[in-house]
Design a protein around this ligand. Structure first.
Ligand SMILES: Cc1ncc(COP(=O)(O)O)c(C=O)c1O
Length: 428
């Protein structure tokens, strides 16, 4: 392809958008292998598949969508979202701690978005100054970079895991986090942190309660010490409803509030909620940005800003899933039936992860710590080489910056040992 094609038409930022998505590229290689008759294993894609390789679908959601009245499918949703859905979004983000937070006087606002991606875009567009850096883990979901660069933002990273094995916080390098946060505060008057927890993509890592508290306290202390710097902690909740502690963050925040934490004006916590995975409606593009702050005037302002940004970007988010899912959860029967299906899908992940960890341990594959969600991770300096060596054994994984992502969500249980064996072989 001529890389200068369209140079006279596309602006210079548009021209910087190149290449195929790595994940889809490796998925295509898996599909090609199958087409050529190979008994290939698919560990590439980020969608939950049943053990027979078909897309796992929460049948309670599927049935409810199919029963939606025509007008709920055809009509626009209100620009900020259907009120019942906005209410549900707060509950899905905060879980059983929502009422207690309300009682503590914490204000909340939600805006419906096209998926979690829409929520990330709203945050990128509004909570950081153009040209500034957003704080990420050094291992993160690739599209973060694109959302940020589209808003003229860059990133700073801190190490995923502590160098010290004895750290009380085994799943966050809290010292590096604090150092990078302090450095950004010395240069910017707004600092935003994006943290995909629990069930991190690409590692499957979830912070412990102590780890969450350490991160929260670090941001709180930074906000108190830098009162002229706005701090936004964005919790990317793309997979949280498949985690063992789905609402661990709201529990940690609530504990902190109940202990008398002085929540300063310059600190906002916001959840980027996605229903794509939790309700298996990837294509219906439904999510929300749910923000919490002690001052109702702040959340009201955020409500307006997010509504206007959505209007100017995608108009309103799709209506049908907002309607269906909020109706479904409003009936205790519907919510329970959804939960049973969710549990079934979660157990696919749990069984695959347990077997994978066991298989890797037997074969001395130095798998990263992994707890919840769709993925596991092998840290490696030459991820491409490892993924190629696995592909030679007809096991398809995804090489990313710093390691290889294993899409447990896609691998049938019976193929899990083959993935561990392929990695063991590749590492030799
Ligand atoms: C870490 C992370 N955040 C957010 C999303 C957004 O998901 P969606 O826009 O499909 O709801 C994804 C989807 O893969 C993800 O992996």
């Amino acid at each position: 392809m001529n890389h200068d094609a369209g140079a006279g038409l596309l602006n210079s930022y548009a021209q910087s958008k190149v290449g195929n998505d790595t994940i889809f590229g490796w998925w295509a290689r898996y599909q090609e292998a199958v087409k050529n008759g190979a008994d290939a294993v698919n560990g590439t894609i980020g969608a939950l598949l049943e053990d027979d390789g078909t897309l796992a679908i929460n049948k309670v959601v599927d049935e409810a969508i199919r029963a939606a009245p025509p007008v709920e499918i055809a009509a626009y949703a209100p620009l900020k979202g259907l009120p019942a859905y906005l209410d549900l979004a707060k509950t899905l983000a905060l879980g059983e701690h929502r009422d207690a937070m309300d009682e503590c006087g914490i204000s909340m606002t939600a805006t419906a978005t096209p998926g979690g991606s829409g929520a990330l875009f709203l945050a990128a567009a509004n909570f950081a100054n153009r040209g500034d850096k957003v704080l990420l883990r050094d291992r993160h979901w690739g599209p973060y970079k694109g959302f940020l660069s589209g808003c003229d933002l860059d990133s700073e990273v801190y190490a995923l895991l502590p160098k010290n094995d004895d750290s009380p916080y085994p799943f966050v390098d809290i010292e590096d986090f604090k150092a990078k946060l302090a450095s950004l505060c010395s240069k910017q008057d707004k600092v935003m942190i994006w943290l995909n927890d629990p069930a991190h993509n690409p590692t499957g890592l979830s912070l412990t309660p102590a780890g969450r508290m350490a991160v929260l306290e670090a941001v709180m202390e930074s906000a108190s010490a830098n009162e002229n710097v706005g701090h936004t902690l964005l919790l990317d909740s793309a997979y949280h409803l498949y985690a063992e502690e789905p609402h661990g963050w709201s529990q940690t925040i609530l504990e902190s509030v109940e202990e008398g934490w002085p929540w300063t004006e310059n600190f906002l916590i916001t959840f980027a909620l996605s229903l794509s995975k939790s309700h298996t409606i990837y294509g219906l593009r439904t999510g929300a940005l749910v923000s919490i702050h002690p001052d109702a005037e702040v959340t009201e302002k955020i409500d307006t800003v997010m509504g206007v940004t959505g209007r100017q970007t995608w108009s309103a988010a799709p209506r049908v899933a907002q309607y269906t899912v909020s109706e479904m959860h409003a009936s205790s029967e519907g919510g329970e039936a959804w939960g049973l299906e969710r549990d079934r899908l979660q157990s696919l992940l749990v069984n695959r992860r347990n077997l994978f960890k066991e298989s890797c341990e037997k074969l001395n594959v130095p798998l990263n710590p992994t707890h919840d969600g769709f993925f596991a991770w092998l840290e490696h300096d030459e991820p491409q080489k490892i993924a190629e060596a696995c592909a030679e054994q007809e096991v398809y994984l995804v090489p990313l910056t710093g390691g290889v992502r294993i899409g447990l969500c896609a691998v049938p249980l019976e193929h899990i040992p083959r993935v561990a064996e392929a990695l063991a072989h590749a590492l030799k």
